[in-house]
Structures are given as C-alpha cells and as structure tokens.
Design a protein around this ligand. Structure first.
Ligand code: ATP
Ligand code: MG
Length: 556
C-alpha cells in the first residue's frame, strides 16, 4: 500500500508537466485542459484511497503487536520469582509497562509507516528528478546529503536523552506508588509536605530532562527544513537560468519544483521517524531488561510428578543465603506425612525463610529439601504449589469480596465450602455481621478489615484448597489468646490429616505440635516434643518459663 500510494502520488506532477509542455507548443484548448485536470483529480483520488488503506493496515497492526507485547510482558512478570520483585520497584515496573510500551508502539505504527513511506517517496522522487535533469538533481539534492549526517548525530542524542527521561519517569512513578500505598504512615508522621517537596524536585528533574530533549528536537527539525529550503533556493536560481538558456523546458522546471516539494513532508517525517525510533529503541531496551530476566526459581528441571504428592518433608543440610548473607546454616529435620511441626525462634532467626523455601518462593540448593521423597527442585511448580496451603506472615488480601478472597486458590467453589473454611478460622460470626456478609468488599489490601480478621481470612484461604501441606507463618499473632485457642481447637481436626507447619513466637500456639524445631540465628538448636524439650531444659524451656511468668504476671 505504501508503494501504491507513492506511485499514485507522483502521477499529478507528471501530468502537470505534460500539460504545461503541451500548451507551450499548442494553443490552449478547453477540452484538453479539462482532460488534464480530470486526470489530476483521478490520480489524487486513487492516492487517497491507497493512503487510507496504508494507515489502516499499518496502524492496526501496531495495535495488535502492542496487544501481544503487553500480554507477553504480563505473562512474563508472572513467571519471575521473589528475588526479581525485591530488585525492582513496583513503580518502575508500572512505568515500563505503560509509558515504555507506548513508545514502542509508536515505532511499530507511525514509525514504520513514515519510514517506509519516506523511503519509497525519496527513491521514486529522486529517480524522477534525475530522469528530468541529472545536473539539476545533483545540485538540488547535495544539501540533502547533510541530512543523513544530522540524522545520525541527533539520533544518538535523542536516544540517550529519552532514556534518561524514562528513568526519571520510573522514579516519579515509584515515589507516587509508595506514597499512595503508605499514605496512612505518611499522614501519621506529618510527612505530606516532605513528600510534596520530594515529588516536586523529582518532577523538576523530569521537566529538565524533557526540555533537554526538546532542545535537541527543536534544533533538529528546523535544520532539516533549512536544508530542504536551500535545495529549493538552488533550484530557483540555477533551474531558472536553465529554462532561460533553453536547456530544460518550463514544464520540466515546474514538475521539478512540484517533485522537490513532495520531498518536504518525507524530510520532516524523517525527523519524526528518527525521534520515534530512538525513543522506541530506548524503551524497548528497558522492556527487554524485563523480558531477559530469568526466574531464579525455574521449572526447567521439573519432571512429571505423580499426583498427589506425599506429604512427608525431609530437609538435609540446608544452608541458605540472601545475596551472599547467610541466613540458614546446616539445617536438617524430618517430618512424616500428617505430622504437625512447629518452628519457634527469635525474630530474624530464619523461620519465614524456611517457609519460603518450602513453597519454593526462594530457590533452595539441590538435594536439600525433599517433599514426598522427591527433591523439591524437580517437582513442577504448579504441582508443588497445588499441594501447599501457605498463609504468609504479611497478610495480603485482594480488592475483592470476602468470599473471593477465601476461594482465591480455587475460584469455582460453592458458598457452603467457603462458609466451612471461614468457620475453621473462627471468622464466620464476624463475616455474618458484615453488611453484605460474604459479598462484602474488603477494599484494597483488605483495608476495611481489622488485622486479626485479615489474618483469619488468610488462614481460611490457605485451608480452602485442601492442601496436603499447610504452612501458617505467624498467622495467629494478631488475635487474642482466647480466639487463638478457639481457632486451634477448630484447626486440630483440619490439620490432623495434613502435614502442618506452625510458625509462632507464642508457646501456646505450638505446644501441642508433634515436633518443635527451635531456631537460633539460622541454626537448628533443638527439636522434640513440648514435654521432651521442657525436660531437656534448653533454650525452649527457657522461653517457656519466661512466657509462663509473663502470663502469670498479666493475670495477677
Ligand atoms: P520473624 O519472627 O521476625 O518473622 P523470621 O525468623 O521469620 O523472623 P526471616 O524472615 O526468615 O526471620 O529472616 C531471617 C533473616 O534473613 C533476617 O536476618 C532478615 O534480615 C534476613 N532476610 C529476610 N528476608 C530477606 C530478603 N528478602 N533479603 C535479604 N535478607 C532477608
Ligand atoms: Mg518471619
């Protein structure tokens, strides 16, 4: 279509040339004038149709590619693991997924269209110019050679400056995103003005960087037009002389001017195209950084697993470090299917890290963790996670209904199952008092609920998928001891047939466990049942005494 558009577009000046040459030698005849005029109208009309189709196809294609690119990006983000999200801020990811994607689309649509168009127009027009008069063509086109030098020089500048703009845009997005999600803390500490100042200075920087691009662009575009203008100037001067000398006809001269005018838009478009391409390639580079990140928890070693997995867990000499900082060292323990295990230890001793490793949210070394007798790294992630119900320490709820949040892991569930799950975590009574009960919206991150309610919804969610292995990371920390007791009573029957990990600071939560693992600074220092550990008189017994004492003091 681009080619056809251009072929139609070059017809009009050609007809004009023929008309002028014709009427110079013969008398003006109205009928013939009308024929020439009609031909020009027809050729313009045909050109219009082709141009319409060209835009429709190329712009349409760019929208489709954008659609796929956006889907691919989101799907790719879903595969990346916890460590990736630790390195990259939410705001930065959002900036790339929106602003950079738009810059890439601009290349695919207008960018490609204008550049193909410019290419064809230039090739066709220049060859016609040469065919009319090689001498004039050489003279008028020589300033245009400078165009290519300009393009190369300015293109590089545009690329670098746009990259810097996008980096700053990421910073602004991050600032806003953090401010909005932490707005309660911001207000509680009177930091609104501090944030306004930080935002303003970021925004200033953004404008400064944008203006530095505008300066380049503002120089680049007129420069191209200037070069074109000097071509026209040369044409009038030298071409006019040639007509007077009789070297070319008047018709040739007029056609020559008309063709040179046809180069105006492609030259201007070239400026746009360079701008669009350089922006797009800077942005595509930023997108590729995302596309090229490989999940460190990868599924490639996975072998088909027999389903269901057995619920036994074996940990052998497990050591783990976050970016070189050792957190767990040489941990070994066994859990038979159906057992309840408790993890206790001071804050920072590595309990949540073990939970993350068991869900494979973090990558454990090979041959250190075995689930149902298989190295965890060989079990397909989807199989592994279908078998695990995990309530993380930081409760996260989605902006959905209460029922939607409980049934998150298995959406097509009926209301009775949702109720049963709510009953286990002792939240059913409260849900029934909500204005719309299970259909009540919990707000973003569960903002309309209390901390204890959120935790209990998370327990229900973990149990809802009927997992073989249940991991509750400090899931009862925000409820009072009486509620805790009731939940533990309900949970007892639920976890009797599952392998359960209870992580807690409170002895009351864990004393009934089959096995208690005591962690200290990433080392397993004791393990055994409550009675065994008390009799042994180690760190656990000490912790127990202290908590007992505190409880007694509270009661008195
Ligand atoms: P708590 O009882 O407070 O929940 P915990 O026993 O669950 O503590 P972990 O969350 O496992 O402790 O953390 C163990 C250690 O690892 C801590 O020293 C912590 O600073 C470090 N750590 C935890 N998460 C990360 C992370 N994503 N990157 C780097 N270090 C981390
Ligand atoms: Mg923890």
């Amino acid at each position: 279509m681009v080619l056809l558009t251009n072929m139609a577009a070059v017809l009009s000046p050609w007809i004009l040339r023929a008309a002028i040459n014709h009427f110079q030698s013969e008398d003006l005849e109205m009928k013939l004038v009308l024929v020439y005029a009609g031909l020009i109208v027809v050729s313009s009309f045909v050109e219009g149709i082709f141009r319409f189709l060209m835009r429709r196809i190329l712009i349409g294609v760019s929208r489709h590619i954008e659609y796929h690119l956006r889907n691919d990006l989101f799907a790719h983000l879903q595969t990346l693991s916890a460590s990736f999200y630790q390195r990259n801020s939410t705001g930065d990811l959002m900036a790339r997924a929106t602003s950079d994607l738009a810059a890439v689309r601009a290349v695919l649509g207008p960018g490609i269209m204008y550049s193909i168009n410019t290419f064809f127009t230039s090739v066709i027009v220049i060859s016609i110019l040469i065919s009319i008069s090689p001498y004039l063509a050489a003279l008028t086109l020589s300033p245009l050679l400078a165009v290519s030098i300009c393009v190369k020089y300015f293109g590089k500048l545009i690329h670098v400056r746009f990259q810097r703009i996008q980096e700053q845009f990421s910073r602004i997005t991050t600032l806003v995103q953090e401010n909005v999600s932490g707005i309660r803390v911001v207000k509680a500490y009177n930091q609104e003005n501090a944030f306004i100042r930080r935002f303003r200075s970021s925004n200033d920087e953004y404008v400064r960087r944008s203006l530095s691009l505008v300066r380049i662009w503002g120089l680049f575009q007129p420069l191209l037009t200037l070069l074109l203008g000097s071509s026209l100037l040369g044409l009038f001067w030298l071409g006019g002389q040639q007509v007077m000398d009789g070297a070319i006809t008047l018709g040739d001269f007029v056609a020559f001017i008309a063709y040179l005018a046809m180069l105006t838009w492609p030259t201007i478009a070239l400026g746009y195209v360079v701008n669009i391409f350089e922006r797009g390639s800077a942005s595509m580079g930023r997108l590729c950084e995302l596309f090229d990140s490989i999940p460190d928890v990868d599924d490639r070693l996975a072998e088909p697993a027999e389903v269901p997995l057995k619920g036994s867990i074996e940990v052998r000499n497990l050591s783990f470090a976050y970016n070189g900082t050792p957190v767990l060292s040489d941990i070994s323990f066994d859990v038979a299917a159906g057992q309840t295990v408790a993890l206790v230890g001071r804050t920072g001793s590595g309990k949540s890290t073990i939970a993350n490793l068991l869900c494979r949210l973090r990558q454990a070394p090979h041959n250190t963790i075995f689930i149902g007798g298989r190295d965890i790294n060989t079990i397909p992630l989807s199989v592994l996670r279908r078998h695990i119900g995990y309530a993380p320490q930081e409760t996260f709820l989605f902006s959905d209904t209460v029922a939607g949040n409980i049934a998150f892991g298995r959406p097509a569930a009926d209301r009775r199952e949702v109720r049963a799950a709510a009953k286990v975590s002792n939240i059913l009574g409260e849900i029934e008092e909500f204005p719309e009960q299970f259909d009540t919206f919990v707000g973003e991150r569960g903002i309309t609920l209390s901390g204890g309610q959120r935790q209990r919804l998370a327990i229900s969610r973990a149990l809802f998928t009927n997992p073989r292995i249940l991991i509750l990371d400090d899931s009862l920390s925000a409820v009072d001891t009486q509620t805790e007791e009731r939940i533990l009573g309900e949970l007892a029957s639920e976890i009797a047939h599952r392998t359960a990990f209870l992580i807690s600071h409170r002895i009351s939560t864990i004393r009934a466990a089959d096995k208690i693992l005591v962690l200290e600074q990433g080392r397993l220092v004791e393990s055994g049942s409550h009675e065994e550990l008390i009799a042994y008189g180690g760190p656990y017994a000490e912790l127990y005494e202290k908590q007992l004492l505190r409880e007694q003091l509270n009661i008195e």
